[in-house]
Design a protein around this ligand. Structure first.
Ligand SMILES: NC(=O)c1ccc[n+]([C@@H]2O[C@H](COP(=O)([O-])OP(=O)(O)OC[C@H]3O[C@@H](n4cnc5c(N)ncnc54)[C@H](O)[C@@H]3O)[C@@H](O)[C@H]2O)c1
Length: 371
């Protein structure tokens, strides 16, 4: 399905000159100016990617002028480092920096042919951002969201031109992980999907088209793993032992380390979204709640020890059977993959494998090779 279509669209763009993107199949509108709303962790990486790959002016905005200034400073430093390491030619860092402009005024986006929002993961905030964007951009400008788990359809609904709103979900770190989940809503036009597919290819990303369902692919699979692991910890199993149970699978990080990397409160937010959608399979976790409530950066302390953190857990840990944990996660994943295929989140289990490999650094073969 989709994946093939996306790749076909991307391939057909190969002849287009750098910095110019066909937008409408029937017209010759090009992406000559790009906007990024939000100046946080993801937005700054997106600005860097777009400026570097498309070489078009990029405006970045935030409600906080300080965050915009910090983001631009950080981007310039990263560009200078890349030039110092020889990854950019001499003078290129300054050339790319000159394309980036900061603002706190949504009206500054009027010239943008495409804009992506990477503000807080809150539907109301994102809807407001899109309403503001729609007041300033042209009716055919592409409007993209980097949401990890929220409904893209809900963001598009009520806009004058919902057909150009798509999910464009990058993965952190953006420069490293090649996956882009391209989320299509029932409103989306084929032209917008084509333009977004071409854009993804120009940004050097592999787009996999996914349905607009909570958590899309990667976060849904990761959260199902977390859900099973956390349920074991909630019932008193030793967190350290449970966390090591999946080591034979060769995943890039243990589940609890990954929760620390994502951030416990961010992950709890994603867990909540999935719990609301599928309460029987994505349960709330008292352990994760305890870690978030205590303001801890994760389940481990700075020495990589889980035990000091275990003091905030609801019960005294006891031993656990690692094969039981692996079986629990394996069965959970098998169930989730089948349900995702039944729901049409993607066409084939190979799409899920591709997403997990390109978006979460799972070993080649994705889930299929976990035994
Ligand atoms: N952090 C990740 O690893 C990751 C990965 C993929 C996708 N995402 C998604 O990307 C989005 C941003 O995540 P993040 O981690 O970069 O967040 P962040 O907290 O680092 O940054 C969010 C920024 O949005 C700004 N903001 C809030 N409301 C705004 C508004 N109305 N207008 C303009 N700016 C506003 C905030 O001031 C802040 O600077 C979220 O939707 C998140 O789910 C995050």
């Amino acid at each position: 399905m989709s994946t093939t279509a996306v790749r076909g669209a991307a391939d057909s763009s190969a002849a287009a000159p750098a910095g110019s993107l066909p937008f409408h199949s029937a017209a010759t509108k090009r992406i000559e100016s790009f906007g990024v709303v939000g100046a946080g962790l993801m937005a700054s990486q997106l600005v860097l990617l777009v400026a570097e790959k498309l070489r078009v002016p990029v405006v970045i905005s935030d409600i906080s002028a300080n965050r915009v200034a910090d983001a631009i400073k950080g981007i310039r430093e990263r560009l200078s480092r890349q030039e110092a390491r020889g990854r950019l030619a001499s003078g290129e860092a300054a050339e790319i920096s000159a394309l980036i402009r900061g603002s706190t005024n949504p009206a500054e986006f009027s010239a943008c042919d495409a804009a992506i929002e990477a503000v807080f993961e809150d539907l109301r905030v994102k809807r407001t951002v899109f309403r503001q964007l729609e007041e300033s951009v042209a009716p055919d400008a592409l409007l993209l969201t980097n949401t990890s788990s929220l409904s893209v359809e809900s963001m598009a609904r009520g806009l004058a031109h919902p057909e150009r709103v798509l999910g464009f979900h990058f993965f952190n770190p953006v420069a490293v992980l090649p996956l882009l989940e391209l989320v299509r809503t029932p409103f989306a036009s084929d032209d917008a999907v084509l333009a977004a597919s071409v854009l993804a290819a120009r940004l050097g990303k592999t787009a996999v088209q996914v349905a607009d369902t909570p958590g899309f692919v990667v976060n849904r699979i990761l959260t199902r793993i977390f859900s099973e692991i956390l349920a074991e910890i909630d019932r008193g199993s030793d967190p350290d032992a449970v966390d090591r149970a999946l080591e034979p699978w060769g995943l890039p990080m243990t589940p609890l380390n990954l929760i620390g990397y994502i951030g416990p409160s961010v992950q709890r937010h994603i867990c909540d979204t999935l719990h609301r959608a599928y309460p029987n399979r994505f349960r709330r976790s008292s352990s994760l709640d305890a870690v978030v409530k205590a303001g801890l950066p994760g389940f481990f302390d700075e020495n990589g020890e889980v035990r000091p953190v275990a003091r905030v857990l609801p019960s005294e840990p006891h031993g656990t059977n690692l094969e039981h944990v692996r079986r629990r996660v394996r069965e959970g994943l098998a169930e989730e993959v089948q349900l995702m295929l039944d729901e049409g989140v993607v066409a084939t289990s190979a799409d899920i494998d591709r997403c997990m490999t390109l978006g979460a650094n799972f070993p080649p073969g994705g889930l299929s090779h976990l035994t």
